[in-house]
Design a protein around this ligand. Structure first.
Ligand code: ADA
Length: 582
């Protein structure tokens, strides 16, 4: 059983995991199965969280499935279903009645069931991982679009139908050097009348209160708390100090609901061509990481997420780019605890006007659902992951159409939306179109994916100077991150004499040349190796990817280290020593 977070967020709510055995029904032929006659399908009992591709018979299955289980409600009141990730689109039914729908594998969703009777209930998720009309974002890609209930799920039972949905914590430094904490809460009232409530917040030994007349539906309130300089420890890579934020919703002094999270006192901003963490320039160095593993697909259990971060820290990295989608919150919780900096981004990779996209009638960015699906992912990503101190950059639209007027309107719209949801972090996007990109005015940080010595055989220093010359006017006055670089190596292919392409030796040379240039370049504030581990790719990409894998990992899909591992470790540890950081 997997908990959705590394800690409990509620004392008053009764919380029960919905992980464990679910019955999955697959069509006996074709790729469609319906809620009306799923019992005629092929039944397989699967341990959730999972991808169905972990089952030999469904290793390549792209289509629909019905997932079913029951759950018990043993008290009247409000029942809530919390899904941290279903891949990639799901319609949810309770007792045969549709109660929810969610698109996108990588963002969480929650469903309120205010009038569920006491007793046993049937829960069904009608899931698809199909490509085509259903999604503009899940298209055939250089990573695999899995199917399943891939992240933890839980049932919550509340006595009250008025509850705390979330509290956003925004730390800042006041002019006198003390800390200010802006706390913005969302309270949901599912009853028909307005309730006069008191919201109390406890944080780092301080207490703040706000009175709220919670009308039916959604209510927002804010309060500010102050902390003397030195009263709290600053969160950072060398001292990732976390504090528990505890909120309580009270009527006449009696708590009706509670909610808690972990937060860190830190600031991140851009100043000229530098990225500042706690007012000090910082250089981000690390990896792009897909959530993918040979045994688990994208449904990594906590032990594997921890093992990945053990390797990432052994390699000396201080940062991870969560390419190319919002990550499992347990990964973010661990990064909060370990002081690893995160660039988290919305779900998009290579959505062009002209990309071949697996049967889509419209190119993905012109897919009729593109703008709405991106808008929802941005909102869910920022709203649900807002409090993680480890997230220092929001990203959008990796290598999408940033070269056309239409594409530029999408970049502008989405970066503005992310800014409207969070003014406390800088944003960026990773481009790969130096000749045609027209969107560099929109992001706070300019980021570029370049493979000078993999997709071409150019010398890095020479290529880099020409590259900066070409971008000069567009990136002037902003920080610059080299967001992707590297080369492929087939694990176990050693070629010490020839050092041929796809050998581990060749990859080591690629990475050495890149790191020697990028880690010490005065114009660069960050360098993310593509990528941490080898990942499975969609069948449509298999022709250009040996082993139907993206083989640019420094470890393979089982986390077996390649020759470049020790080189990268030496380079990153030298960065750590030179920056004087722990
Ligand atoms: C792009 C893309 C990555 C990966 C990489 C590669 O930069 O952003 O997702 O596909 O290329 O391996 O070529």
């Amino acid at each position: 059983m997997a908990r959705p977070r590394l800690f409990n967020q509620h004392q008053k709510r009764f919380v029960r995991t919905l992980d464990g055995e679910w019955d999955f029904y697959f069509p006996k032929s074709g790729s469609r199965i319906d809620i009306s006659d799923y019992q005629n399908g092929e039944r397989v009992t699967i341990e959730v969280p999972c991808v169905w591709e972990s089952h030999a018979k469904y290793v390549n299955y792209r289509g629909q499935a019905i997932a079913r289980r029951t759950f018990c409600v043993d008290r009247p009141g409000l029942a809530r279903l919390v899904f941290k990730g279903i891949s990639h689109t799901a319609t949810i039914y309770v007792d045969g009645k549709q109660v929810g729908f969610h698109h996108n594998a990588y963002t969480p969703f929650e469903i309120d069931l205010p009038n569920l009777e006491v007793g046993e209930h049937e829960l069904i998720a009608h899931i698809t991982n199909e490509h085509g009309e259903v999604s503009a974002l899940h298209i055939p890609n250089d990573y695999y679009n899995y199917g399943g209930i891939t992240r933890p799920a839980e049932l919550q039972l509340l006595d009250s139908r008025v509850y705390i949905r979330w509290v956003h914590f925004t730390p800042s430094i006041a002019s006198d050097g003390s800390w200010k904490a802006n706390l913005r809460a969302k309270v949901v009232n599912l009853e028909n009348e307005t309730h006069s409530l008191e919201l109390t917040m406890r944080l780092a030994g301080e207490l703040g209160t706000a009175v709220v007349d919670a009308k039916p539906d959604e209510n927002f309130m804010e309060l500010e708390m102050r902390f003397d300089e030195g009263a709290v420890e600053v969160w950072g890579p060398e001292n990732p100090e976390l504090y528990r934020l505890e909120a309580s919703l009270n009527v006449d002094g009696t708590a009706i609901d509670d909610w808690s999270d972990r937060v860190g006192f830190r600031t991140v901003e851009v100043k000229g061509e530098s990225i500042l963490l706690n007012s000090e320039p910082i250089f981000l160095y690390g990896f792009n990481r897909h959530e993918d593993h040979a045994e688990y697909g994208c449904a990594l259990p906590l032990k594997q997420i921890e093992a990945d971060l053990d390797l990432i820290q052994d390699l000396g990295a201080n940062a991870i780019r969560a390419s190319h989608y919002p990550n499992d919150e347990r990964f973010l919780d661990l990064c909060d605890e370990r002081g690893i900096l995160v660039w988290e981004e919305n779900h998009a990779r290579g959505l062009h006007d002209d990309a071949s996209c697996g049967g889509q009638k419209a190119p993905p960015m012109k897919h009729p659902k593109f703008r709405e699906q991106c808008r929802l992912v941005n909102e869910e990503m920022v709203t649900e992951h807002y409090n993680h101190p480890s997230i220092v950059i929001w990203g959008a639209l990796n290598e999408c159409d940033s070269y056309s007027e239409y594409g530029a309107s999408c970049y502008k719209e989405q970066l503005e939306q992310i800014r409207s949801l969070d003014t406390s972090r800088p944003h960026t996007y990773a481009s790969c179109f130096p000749d045609t990109d027209i969107c560099q005015e929109y992001p706070d940080i300019c980021s570029w994916n370049t493979y000078f010595n993999w997709y071409s055989n150019r010398s890095i220093p020479e290529a880099l100077e020409g590259f900066f010359e070409k971008l000069k006017s567009r990136i002037e006055g902003k920080p610059f991150i080299m967001s992707e670089f590297g080369g492929g190596a087939i694990y176990g292919f050693r070629d010490p004499i020839r050092r041929g392409r796809w050998s581990e030796e060749y990859q080591e040379i690629c990475l050495k040349d890149c790191l020697d240039s990028y880690l010490s370049h005065s114009r660069i504030s960050g360098a993310f190796i593509w990528q941490f581990c080898d990942v499975r790719v969609d069948d449509e990409w298999a022709m250009s990817r040996p082993r139907t894998m993206n083989n640019k990992g420094v470890v393979d899909e089982f986390r077996r280290p390649k020759l470049a591992y020790e080189l990268v470790k030496r380079k990153f540890l030298a960065m750590k020593e030179s920056s004087g950081r722990a």
